[in-house]
Design a protein around this ligand. Structure first.
Ligand code: SF4
Length: 213
């Protein structure tokens, strides 16, 4: 956990509220609210854009083709859905998979904020423009943001392409989008490993101080 503890978040209550939310027009066309995927008690959080067709039907984030690609890339660095949290900027599917609109992102903001408050992750991987702009707080394109890291709420943010962009193909700067995402997930893995090592060293030191005090 990266941040110092703030007021406790009753994430189960907030999830229950989200599941019947009508704060924006996306409630009118959704099948169901897609709260999250993976493990929201992890120290790593992936943030995508919004649910697609399969997510809307199944009620879990990143279960369509993009999710399957994400699963494969996670497996390459020995991570899986039980070891990372996966959420979206908006929790209801935009009709026809259109981009979420600014007022929809704002309406849904409290849910993502609550998920961040609950998790206090060490590493956040933002998948695509919308998640990256949400976290960085300014209109920056993913092509420009990618390759850098940013601090946000005590976490290290690693921006990368959305897996859907890799599925569409193409490259940037001579590197395929797929390889770019693979590289960025590898960087995220290295950052979280370092955070875990440093947490473990601090707790050993605290135990030793306790022993000898
Ligand atoms: S997208 Fe978010 S704010 Fe809009 S209805 Fe769904 S849960 Fe509520």
């Amino acid at each position: 956990m990266a941040q110092s503890p703030g007021p406790p978040v009753d994430i189960d209550l907030i999830r229950t509220q989200a599941l019947s939310c009508t704060r924006c027009r996306l409630s009118e066309s959704r099948t169901q609210v897609v709260w999250a995927g993976g493990n929201l008690d992890s120290d790593v959080l992936f943030i995508g854009e919004g649910p697609g067709f399969h997510e809307d039907r199944l009620g879990e984030a990143f279960v369509g083709a993009s999710g399957q690609l994400l699963d494969r890339l996670l497996a390459e660095v020995e991570l899986d859905r039980s070891s990372v949290g996966i959420v979206n900027v908006v929790k209801c599917r935009p009709p026809g998979n259109r981009n979420p609109l600014p007022d929809e992102i704002e309406a849904c903001r409290p849910y993502l904020e609550a998920q961040l408050d609950h998790m206090r992750p060490d590493v956040i991987v933002t998948l695509g423009n919308f998640a990256t702009q949400f976290v960085i707080g300014r209109p920056i394109g993913i092509t420009k943001a990618r390759g850098a890291t940013f601090g946000f709420r005590g976490a290290t943010v690693v921006p990368t392409f959305h897996p859907a962009a890799a599925l569409r193909g193409g490259s940037d700067g001579g590197v395929s989008r797929l390889d770019a995402i693979r590289h960025d997930i590898g960087r995220a893995r290295a950052i979280v490993d370092e955070a875990r090592r440093s947490r473990s060293a601090s707790s050993t030191e605290a135990e030793q101080l306790g022993l000898f005090s």
